[in-house]
Design a binder for this molecule. Sequence first.
Ligand SMILES: [Zn+2]
Ligand SMILES: [Zn+2]
Length: 666
Amino acid sequence: MTKKTLIIVESPTKSRTLARFLGDGYELMATMGHLRNLPKTKLGVDVKGNFKPQYVLIESKKAVIDQLKKASRVAKQIFLATDPDREGEAIAWHTVKILGDTAAPIHRISFHEITRQAIEEALKHLGKIDMHLVDAQQARRVLDRLVGYQLSPLLWRKVRLGLSAGRVQSVALRLVVEREQEIGKFKSEEYWELWAELKGQPEPTFLAKLVKIEQKTAAVKNQTTAQKIVGELQKAAWQVAKIDRKEVHRASHPPFTTSTMQQRAAQKLYFSSRKTMQVAQQLYEQGLITYHRTDSFSLASQAVVQIRRYINSVYGANYLPLEPRVFKTRSKVAAQEAHEAIRPTRLKMPQEKLHRDEMRLYKLIFNRTVASQMAAAVYDQTKIHVQAGSQYRFLAEGRVIKFLGWLKIYSDKIARVSQVNQKAELPKLAEGEKLKLVKLDPQQKFTQPPARYNEASLIRALEQRGIGRPSTYAPIISTIQARQYVERKERIFSPTNLGVTVSNFLVRYFPEVFDYDFTAQLEDQLDEVARGERRWQPVIKEFYQPFTKQLAKVMKESQRVKIPVEKTDQKCPQCQKGDLIVRVGRFGKFLACSRFPECRYTSNFIEKIEGIKCPDCGGEVVIRKTRSKRQFFGCSRYPQCRWASWRDPRKMLAKKSAAKNKLTST
Ligand SMILES: [Zn+2]
Ligand SMILES: [Zn+2]
């Protein structure tokens, strides 16, 4: 029997794709993820022995490990072909540790797309395991273990049994909690916008908004003022004061990084970041896209050539900029790890049979990549400054698209939008031209509090603060939800009472550890470890010593905190004495008796929407969930009444009343 080269990867899909490009001389095996990990039942870090991690074999991987060992003994050589980042490097390293001394030489091969060309290239460059990357992964693992493992007992004693808190997740939770507090403190203020419908010589009429009163920015605070101005404006002479016309260029976005892909998929496909990563993983492992954990904007020069050729043949030379577009990557790490943005490996729709979600994400990536190399869109922008009487300045803005450029890819949608938004085009007026007032429209408005985070804006906030990394956004966001610290309703995140309590406790007693900048600095230090500029143990030591000191102090000195309960107006049906309150458990909200533990009554929590009645029968409107956890609104008298709606009836009501508030005067 001739000896074969054993190639070890993480997943069966990846090994199937690889097998297509490799001949008979290769055997492929998958580790199915990590093989070793820190132990489940103890800290597993020797804090006195320079933080040496005490890895143990993962119980469920016994069979896989046996097979790997057996195959490695008869292999000619072993190639470790795990993913091109810290996690992949660590899996490769653990595999070597587990295989021990094999007679066969072991090499690391690395590629960030699973294509014939990339594999052939990788096979020509046999390398070694990059211990800097492994160390960066170990450092994160150890740090998170130290924090998580030691904070838990504190939370159990001071807040509630069974809680846990992660290092970076708690900082993300803090963002959500603080946003909620800002919203709570926000005082909405009334203001008025004044719109004038005006007509010049040429048709059609156009809308202009009051922007200045006596050279100062217009600030109309109440109806009395608004009506006084309306009165003066009705007698005023109107005239075009000035017209500014200019050409505006709008360049395309850079190709996707992990963070921007997650944001876009959340906005366009309503994917959670976790789902986006699962689907992207499938696409990557099938060889259809480049590696999906990256913060690089750059494209391989070979890919750029192909994209430009594609643009030229599909859209024409007009759509091709003279020079390829180059995007600067913000991250310092990118140069070392996954080296490219996320792009399709071929410029065509895949022949593989893809699931619907895979196809949707693939198209998103495909379009974004091609658009990134296309010419800018060009608009004619017109600003008409209108003088009314001696003291009022109005402004009308119009934007007409002259050349679609990269928007061509998305042009179906744009055509639909511009049909709705006809005000984009302004009539051809002349400076000094007299105008006729057709109608004045004062609109009552209220300043809005900052918006709660959604999937996309939370990822953006994490990235902007330097807190997340391509491999961590999705786990951060799913963990704070899984722990019931944050609720996601209608794709909007808000903290639970439990989340607020835990976050406030942590931030109060560990102001440093859960500080935004401190967390960002620690992430930077891990990047330095990955680049070989810093050793990992000192990073941990510097963190750990003050942390344990503080931990002991808080354990001794802090008071136990209470999680505020959400009350209902119902009595406990079992003991008739207690009140029913809403508690948050591992699987979400439930109703319980306030006299717990004397009374152990619990029941399912059904959230009622106050002040809204079922349109069919007048019953209560309640929030329900489908089996796939999607939220909808239904009638409390189900199954007698079968009314149901995806849309929030509160929002529909709010829209109606907003329309009513609009006061019109002519
Ligand atoms: Zn009770
Ligand atoms: Zn009903």
